[in-house]
Design a protein around this ligand. Structure first.
Ligand code: ZN
Length: 191
């Protein structure tokens, strides 16, 4: 069995746009991991302080992953300040190595959100650094064989879907897990 890692710019991105793939993979016995590059704390509603919202989003992400027997990792990059750097790409690659990831899901390269564009490039380079046997790191390379972009209305410019899969058997499980993200903007639609 393999390990699927979904990399999102903000908590909510991976869970909403890549979550059905994760649910399907988990139903087939694969391990799933969500990696949120920021906690999306600047999307806090007026009545919740940003620090508190960061904590709530981090807990929400953990709850989502746990619903599928998986793990959640949330980096401490400030929301809105996600930028490309090789240092961060190597760090993400090391996380991929630590989970022995074989499938990576990520943002498409074009987006209306700067953090999503950075996340796409960071993930692309992280896959390179995680896979390259001659790039010496403390852990062995991750056996990444599959790399897919998620469909997302925010990242739709130039995106042409070509892979479809039946989610009818996991749709309700995914919806229940999304309710773990009760404080994010989008998850209110799932109440
Ligand atoms: Zn986002």
């Amino acid at each position: 069995m393999g390990t699927v890692m979904a990399v999102g710019a903000h908590t909510g991105d991976a869970q909403l746009t890549m979550g059905l793939y994760l649910a399907k993979a988990a139903s087939k016995g694969h391990k799933i991991v969500t990696l949120d590059l920021t906690a999306g704390e600047r999307g806090c509603p007026p009545h919740i302080p940003m620090d508190e919202f960061r904590q709530l989003n981090t807990e929400s992400a953990a709850g989502f992953a746990k619903a599928f027997g998986g793990d959640s990792v949330v980096l401490d990059t400030p929301d809105g300040e996600l930028n490309y750097s090789q240092e961060l790409a190597v760090k993400i690659g090391d996380i991929m190595r630590s989970y022995h990831v074989d499938t990576v899901l990520c943002h498409w390269k074009n987006s209306m959100h700067k953090d999503h564009i950075a996340a796409s490039r960071l993930t692309q380079d992280a896959v390179f650094f995680a896979s390259l046997p001659t790039f010496t790191r403390p852990l062995p390379p991750a056996p990444i064989k599959r790399w897919l972009y998620a469909e997302n209305w925010e990242d739709s410019e130039g995106f042409a879907p070509y892979m479809y899969f039946d989610v009818s058997d996991v749709f309700e499980d995914w919806k229940a897990a999304v309710r773990q993200l009760y404080l994010t903007e989008h998850s209110r639609d799932f109440k």
